[in-house]
Design a protein around this ligand. Structure first.
Ligand code: 5AD
Ligand code: SF4
Length: 465
């Protein structure tokens, strides 16, 4: 049994903040979570956070390798930081530059060769070693891209309650990391490693600590979150559904969500949880990537379009109002017009509430990149635009359908205009309503009266006021 020491320190272990840290994150929500944990692990070392690179003593770029564009961004950022470092040096001061995240993992020492101003290269499994790496960097560049045997989560410093509070009323909590699926387009199995789940006791302790500090909504994160299989008491293996049930018992926690899921891991108990667990929100991000069986097979997805449609039926039977969201890749090698039409047909059949869509980007080391039948860039662009139009229309229709209905909104912050407060519907839509700041943190019934392009506008019901 693991020891649970996720009790936040009342302050940052009494460390005096003498240095400034900027963590700039790219990519997925997992990186947002990691960025916060990097700041937590460096707080006892005397680092407080700043948003201005000019003030920083240490800048960490928390990078994304998922598509070429995301990866390239890192090097233009590094060019800017190099100039800043030189200016600093001219003033007799220092700026340390660290590259963390998936590009660090994928490129390792190559980064130092491309940009010599970099002091630290640290992979996603080694953040707990940051304090030591920062110390070592005083003597020259350091690289740590190991996949250590110990679980980094067990070595990361918990944040103080004050720090949790500054991060808002909604929080991410990583419960699973890595992926064993090896979809042929994807770098994640190489950058984040094999699938691993955290122990239940630690997750519960972290969720309780977040809730004690005022967090009202937790999104459980994992690259393959619904494949969660963490160990509970007596080494028993827990499913995600059981974890959700346990976390639902935490008083004060109003909402739970999870992301990202693979269709093949959508187990019956998890589908049932969508109908039964009151705190689990009716929104599911369930990427399908393509609607063509030929392309799905080439992508190594191990399911057909029909399987996905049956699954959606099952999920909707358990929770009829569930909002579904997906990722799509257009222009995977070998994708014909017919394959693309099959994707559009699937989109029509499911009717998504929101969708992310990308042009296929060949990633070094993945099987997709090795293929010789790449789709022309103009064709990819044209398909992306067509798909975009379709899913955007579905998103707008989903939002418009809420006008006249009353939904619960978790208010998270002041709204755009004075006297307004802003929050999210159960379906993850942004909602603005007239109301006092004192209601921030509350879940209240709101009648939706208007639908904008990116927000809904509502009025607090009589009882909510
Ligand atoms: N090219 C384009 N999109 C990709 N994704 C993953 N790998 C690639 C790639 N090589 C998309 C998938 C995934 C999302 C996070 O990013 O749709 O679900
Ligand atoms: Fe980017 Fe994927 Fe790594 Fe997240 S896990 S940082 S999306 S490559």
């Amino acid at each position: 049994m693991v020891k649970t020491d996720w009790t936040p320190a009342p302050s940052d272990q009494g460390a005096k903040a003498t240095k400034k840290l900027l963590v700039k994150s790219f990519g997925c929500q997992m990186n947002v979570y990691d960025a916060a944990r990097m700041a937590d692990v460096l707080a006892p070392e005397g680092f407080s956070e700043t948003a201005a690179p000019e003030d920083a003593d240490l800048v960490i770029l928390n990078t994304c390798h998922i598509r070429e564009k995301a990866s390239e961004k890192v090097f233009s950022e590094l060019g800017r930081l190099r100039r800043l470092k030189e200016e600093r040096r001219a003033e007799g001061k220092d700026l340390r530059i660290a590259v963390a995240g998936c590009v660090a993992q994928a490129e390792g020492g190559e980064i130092l060769r491309k940009q010599r101003a970099v002091d630290i290269v640290v992979g996603p499994q080694s953040y707990h070693r940051l304090p030591e790496l920062v110390r070592l960097a005083a003597d020259g560049p350091v690289i740590d891209t190991d996949f250590p045997v110990e679980d980094k989560f067990n070595h990361l410093t918990p944040p103080s309650e004050d720090r949790i509070r500054t991060r808002g009323l909604t929080a991410f909590l990583t419960v699973q990391e890595g992926c064993d699926k090896f979809c042929s387009f994807c770098v994640v199995p190489y950058t984040r490693g094999a699938e691993a789940s955290r122990d239940v006791e630690r997750i519960v302790a972290e969720a309780e600590a977040l809730t004690r500090a005022g967090v009202r909504e937790i999104t459980l994160l994992g690259q393959n979150v619904n494949a969660f299989h963490g160990r509970g008491e007596s080494n028993e293996v827990w499913s995600l559904a059981r974890l959700i049930e346990r976390l639902s018992e935490i008083d004060g926690l109003a909402r739970l969500r999870y992301t990202t899921s693979h269709p093949n891991d959508m187990t019956d108990d998890l589908i049932r949880a969508h109908g039964e667990a009151a705190k689990l929100m009716p929104f599911l991000h369930l990427p399908v990537q393509s609607g063509s069986d030929r392309i799905l097979a080439a992508m190594n997805r191990k399911h057909r379009a029909e399987d996905y449609l049956r699954l959606v039926e099952k999920i909707r039977a358990a929770r009829p109002d569930i909002a579904l969201s997906s990722d799509f890749i257009v222009g995977f090698p070998g994708e014909t017009d017919e394959d693309f039409e099959a994707t559009l047909a699937l989109i029509r059949a499911v009717d998504f509430a929101s969708t992310f869509y990308f042009k296929y980007s060949p990633r070094p080391g993945t099987p997709g990149a090795e293929r010789e039948d790449h789709v022309a860039e103009e064709v990819k662009a044209e398909r992306l635009a067509r798909l975009g139009e379709k899913v955007e229309a579905q998103r707008q229709a989903f939002n418009r359908a809420l006008v006249g209905r009353t939904v619960d909104v978790l208010f998270e912050k002041p709204g755009r205009r004075p006297g307004q407060i802003a929050g999210k519907s159960p379906y993850l839509q942004a909602v603005q309503a007239d109301g006092p700041d004192s209601m921030i943190g509350d879940v209240a019934a709101v009648e939706i009266v208007e639908c904008g392009s990116n927000s809904l506008f509502g009025r607090l019901t009589e009882e909510a006021r």
